[in-house]
Ligand binder design. Structure first.
Ligand code: SF4
Length: 394
């Protein structure tokens, strides 16, 4: 029996409703829609999830990531009620549940501060710092209000991390972005643009896979030359993967979607997806409001999606030198913003493999990895005891 719990995340789209109109938002077409998942639907969803994880004979950590739209536009009571339902429905398993929220942090009042402090376990703030793309309906940049509200979170001693979306408009400011988070002592995740809500949405600020790779390599260099530890995801994950690759006798890690799926996305309708298949209804596993997860997992749709993920890994990862240190999940889950397709239709793993190669090159240059023997001098590299994974942003 595996002693350490397995992890699973449910990214729940509470509602698409939002007070902002961020120009790259993949929910753009629906941001005026006030419909939210009803409490009875949440209750049904929790039952359908709990019944699956309760019958497993190994421990599981379940995280709900509350997404929108802007999830904090819902009344705080909505979430207090959801947390109560979790306790009632999951029973003993409730101790293994955490709740995270990904917010634009433009709407804050004392009740919401209390919710963030005492209700949610993790808070993720979306802020790009440069580019002016996170605007309200009157096209006014939300940056100043978000910065003020971050100060309010600090005053209230609420820990939080940030997500910055990489676009053509903030690429020239990577140094300032890195320094901002370093000075503020904040963890941050850098997220390349996700697919848009309509054709041409990203015109003027789109970035290619190669530009994403260049940006990641630049962040690697900032990180390696820094005396301080700065938690920048996914850079620290990549560094750990290269260290794993050069650590003798480390056990290999392979993503096995057939055995364990670690992230699901739940739409406001209850349709549930693998992360990268969001809203392609023909690729939904089914509906989690009406159907137990146990049934969805063994369903024909899910089986077909697993086969396709396995085929992607076989075509791309099987020849990759890092396979086993990188689990292959970036290709299995088809992170389109990270990759191109080659002439035979296979994924070219540009960003992940390219960043790992760059780190390997830099560590050899610095003699942290001996280029002749491949021996790793682990003492030379600052490593955290624990690198937090920031709330997932689709
Ligand atoms: S780096 Fe890319 S190709 Fe290599 S194992 Fe990871 S996902 Fe697969």
């Amino acid at each position: 029996m595996n002693a350490s719990p397995r992890q699973v995340q449910f990214v729940v789209k509470t509602s698409k409703f939002c007070n902002l109109r961020c120009r790259y938002c993949y929910e753009y077409a629906e941001l005026g829609n006030k419909a939210a998942i009803a409490p009875e639907q949440l209750e049904q969803m929790f039952h359908n999830i709990a019944s699956y994880y309760r019958q497993l004979d190994f421990p599981v950590d379940i995280q709900f990531v509350w997404h929108g739209g802007e999830p904090l536009l819902q009344s705080p009571d909505y979430y207090w009620q959801a947390f109560d339902l979790q306790h009632q429905i999951f029973g003993e398993l409730a101790n293994n549940i955490t709740n995270a929220v990904q917010t634009n942090l433009t709407v804050l009042n004392p009740e919401r501060i209390r919710l963030l402090k005492d209700g949610f376990d993790e808070v993720g703030v979306s802020i790009d710092l440069f580019g002016g793309l996170r605007v309200n309906r009157s096209a006014v940049d939300s940056l100043d209000i978000v910065l003020k509200n971050m100060d309010r979170l600090n005053e209230a001693n609420i820990p939080f991390g940030c997500i910055t979306v990489l676009t053509k408009l903030n690429l020239p400011h990577l140094r300032e972005i890195y320094n901002f988070y370093r000075t503020m002592n904040l963890s941050f995740r850098v997220l390349p643009l996700f697919k848009g809500s309509f054709d041409g949405q990203h015109q003027g600020f789109e970035i290619s896979a190669q530009e994403t790779l260049d940006a990641f390599c630049t962040l690697v260099d900032f990180w390696l030359e820094d005396q301080e530890f700065v938690s920048v995801v996914p850079i620290v994950d990549y560094i750990q993967q290269v260290i794993h690759h050069y650590t003798s006798n480390s056990s290999l890690i392979f993503y096995d979607k057939r055995e364990w799926e670690n992230i699901y996305l739940v739409n406001t309708t209850g349709d549930i997806y693998s992360y990268a298949d969001a809203y392609e209804i023909e690729r939904s596993h089914g509906n989690i409001f009406t159907t137990p997860l146990t049934d969805l997992i063994v369903g024909e749709r899910h089986r077909q999606i697993i086969i396709e993920a396995e085929e992607r890994m076989a075509a791309t990862c099987s020849t990759c030198p890092y396979f086993g240190s990188c689990s292959g999940s970036p290709v299995a889950e088809g992170s389109r913003q990270y990759n191109d397709i080659d002439e035979w239709g296979a994924i070219r793993c540009i960003v992940d493999q390219g960043t790992l190669q760059h780190i390997e090159y830099r560590l050899k240059q610095a003699r942290i990895i001996n280029p002749q023997t491949g021996k790793l001098d682990i003492e030379q590299i600052k490593l955290p005891a624990f690198v937090p994974s920031l709330a997932t942003a689709v």
